[in-house]
Design a protein around this ligand. Structure first.
Ligand SMILES: Cc1cc2nc3c(=O)[nH]c(=O)nc-3n(C[C@H](O)[C@H](O)[C@H](O)COP(=O)(O)O)c2cc1C
Ligand code: SF4
Ligand code: SF4
Length: 439
C-alpha cells in the first residue's frame, strides 16, 4: 500500500486529508471523532475575538436537484469561549499525538494581541498555526480576515508579528477575493511563513426568495454577501493553487482547499502542487466518514500507477500548464458520435446549432432523428461532447498527426522574420496553407 504520509511546512500527518477550519472542526468531540474515522489532521475552527453568530447563517446553491453544489455562509469565527477552545485543543492533541492539530487564529490587528494569542496557542502543544486572513464577511468589517488578506502590506506585517514569537510552523490562509493572489502569497513568504492554505470562501450572494424578496440566508428579513464554498468553487481554487505554486518567488508548501468532495478532487490539488488538502462543505454534507473512501481511492490510484509516496505525485501536472501562446495551432480535433450509444435527446444538435458552429445535422431515420457531425465544418470546440448526457457517446477525435506544429508565438515571430505585419490577410494565408477554414 502506498505511503500517504506528508510533511506540510513542518507539520506532519499520516495522510494529506485535513478538516478545514469550519463547523466540522469546532469542538474536541468533532475533531476526535474525525480522527477515529481516519482524518490525518484538522485545522481547528478559527478562534480569537469575542463574537456572536446569527440565525440563519447558511445558504445552499442547488443545481437541477443536486443539493449543495455550492454553500454560502455568513458565519463568524468560533463563538465558544476561547479558554474552552484552548483546553479542548490541548486534550485533543494529547489523545491523538500522530495527527496534525493546527489552530486557526484571527484577532484584531495589534501586535500584542496577536503575539499573546500565538503564545497561548503554542502552549496547547498543537502542531501548527493557520492565520485566517480570509473571512469575507463580518470579521472584515472589523479590520480582520479578508481585510488583512487583501492588503499584502498588512499580511506581511501581521505574519511577521506571528513568526517572531511562534515556535511551531505557521500557515497563512489566503482569500480568493483579490485581483492577484500572488501578492499576499509573496508577502507571507517574506514574513517567514512556513506554508500557505488556499482558498478561503469567495464573496457571494447565494440568492433571493422570490416570494418575500429577501436575500438568502435571511436574518429576520436582512441579508448580506457571504462566503461561497463547495463543489462549485473547485475550479477557481485549482487555478489559484497552481498560480501560487508556479510563482518563483513564493516557493512555500501549500494546503489546498476548495470544493474537495472525494479522492479524485483531492488528487487534482496534489497534482497541481498541494501537499495537504482541506475539506469543509463535503463533511458538512456527508459527514466525517467520507475520508475512508478518500484514503482508499488515493492509495489504490497510487498503487495502480506505481507511485510509492505522495512526493512522487505532487506537482506532476504542473508541467502541463502553459501559456496560450505556446499551444499548437495545427492541432485538430472533430466530434465523433457513437450512434450505438446515442439516446437521440438532440442536446448536442441544439448546443451546436445555437451555441457553436451549426455543424450537426438531424437526419430522420426510423422515426427518430439521427445526429450526424459534418466533420468539414466542425471547429473542434467540444461543446457537444460536454453537453451529451451519455458517457463516451461523443468523443473528440484527433485529426492531425502531430508532424507539423506552429504556436501563436512562433507564428508571430515568423511574421517578424519575414518582415510581415500581423494582419487578417497574412493570418488567412497561413490558415489556407494548412487547410484551416474559419466560418
Ligand atoms: C460554514 C462555514 C464556516 C467557515 N468558517 C471558517 C473559519 O472559521 N475559518 C476559516 O479559516 N475558514 C472558514 N471557512 C472556510 C473553509 O475553511 C474553507 O476554506 C472553504 O469552505 C472552502 O472549502 P470547501 O469547499 O471544502 O468548503 C468556513 C466555511 C464554511 C462553509
Ligand atoms: S465540437 Fe463544437 S463545432 Fe464540432 S460538432 Fe461539437 S459543438 Fe459543433
Ligand atoms: S447529446 Fe449525445 S445522446 Fe443526445 S443526441 Fe447528441 S449524441 Fe445522442
Amino acid at each position: 500500500m502506498a505511503d500517504l504520509s506528508i510533511n506540510c511546512g513542518g507539520i506532519k500527518s499520516p495522510n494529506p486529508f485535513w478538516l478545514a477550519s469550519a463547523p466540522p472542526s469546532n469542538t474536541a468531540y468533532q475533531n476526535c471523532k474525525a480522527f477515529e474515522q481516519g482524518w490525518g489532521g484538522t485545522v481547528w475552527k478559527t478562534i480569537g475575538e469575542p463574537v456572536m453568530n446569527v440565525c440563519n447563517r447558511y445558504g445552499g446553491f442547488d443545481l437541477n436537484g443536486v443539493k449543495l453544489a455550492g454553500l454560502n455562509n455568513i458565519e463568524l469565527i468560533s463563538d465558544r469561549h476561547i479558554d474552552t477552545n484552548f483546553k479542548e485543543i490541548a486534550e485533543t492533541k494529547k489523545l491523538w499525538p500522530d495527527r496534525a492539530v493546527i489552530v486557526s487564529l484571527m484577532v484584531e490587528s495589534k501586535k500584542e494581541t496577536w503575539q499573546d494569542i500565538v503564545k497561548r496557542t503554542v502552549d496547547t502543544g498543537c502542531d501548527g498555526i493557520e492565520l485566517n486572513y480570509g473571512c469575507p464577511h463580518g470579521m472584515s468589517e472589523r479590520g480582520m480576515g479578508a481585510a488583512v488578506g487583501q492588503v499584502p502590506e498588512y499580511c506581511k506585517m501581521i505574519t511577521e508579528w506571528v513568526t517572531e514569537v511562534s515556535t511551531i510552523p505557521v500557515l497563512v490562509k489566503l482569500t480568493p477575493n483579490v485581483t492577484d493572489i500572488i501578492y499576499p502569497a509573496r508577502a507571507a513568504k517574506q514574513a517567514n511563513a512556513d506554508g500557505l492554505s488556499l482558498i478561503n470562501t469567495i464573496n457571494s450572494i447565494i440568492g433571493i426568495d422570490l416570494d418575500t424578496l429577501e436575500i438568502q440566508p435571511s436574518v429576520a428579513g436582512k441579508g448580506s454577501h457571504g462566503g461561497y464554498a463547495g463543489p462549485a468553487v473547485k475550479p477557481i481554487a485549482l487555478h489559484l493553487v497552481s498560480q501560487v505554486v508556479r510563482d518563483p518567488e513564493v516557493g512555500l508548501p501549500i494546503s489546498g482547499i476548495g470544493g474537495i468532495n472525494n479522492w479524485k478532487d483531492a488528487l487534482e490539488f496534489i497534482l497541481l502542487g498541494a501537499t495537504s488538502v482541506q475539506v469543509c462543505t463535503a463533511v458538512m454534507h456527508y459527514g466525517f466518514r467520507i475520508v475512508e473512501d478518500m484514503i482508499d481511492g488515493l492509495s489504490n490510484w497510487m498503487d495502480e500507477k506505481g507511485f510509492k509516496t505522495l512526493d512522487e505525485v505532487r506537482g506532476k501536472s504542473l508541467q502541463r500548464i502553459d501559456d496560450f501562446g505556446n499551444f499548437n495551432l495545427l492541432h485538430k480535433t472533430t466530434a465523433r458520435i457513437d450512434q450505438d450509444k446515442c439516446i437521440h435527446c438532440n442536446l448536442c444538435y441544439v448546443a451546436c446549432e445555437d451555441g457553436a458552429h451549426q455543424c450537426i445535422d438531424l437526419i430522420p431515420v426510423n422515426g427518430h432523428n439521427k445526429t450526424v457531425v459534418r466533420e468539414e465544418d466542425c471547429v473542434g470546440c467540444d461543446l457537444c461532447a460536454i453537453v451529451c448526457p451519455v458517457e463516451g457517446c461523443i468523443t473528440m477525435e484527433r485529426k492531425d498527426d502531430s508532424s507539423e506544429t506552429k504556436t501563436w508565438n512562433e507564428l508571430v515571430s515568423q511574421f517578424k522574420d519575414e518582415d510581415k505585419e500581423l494582419t487578417w490577410e497574412n493570418l488567412a494565408e497561413f490558415q489556407k496553407k494548412h487547410g484551416i477554414v474559419i466560418h
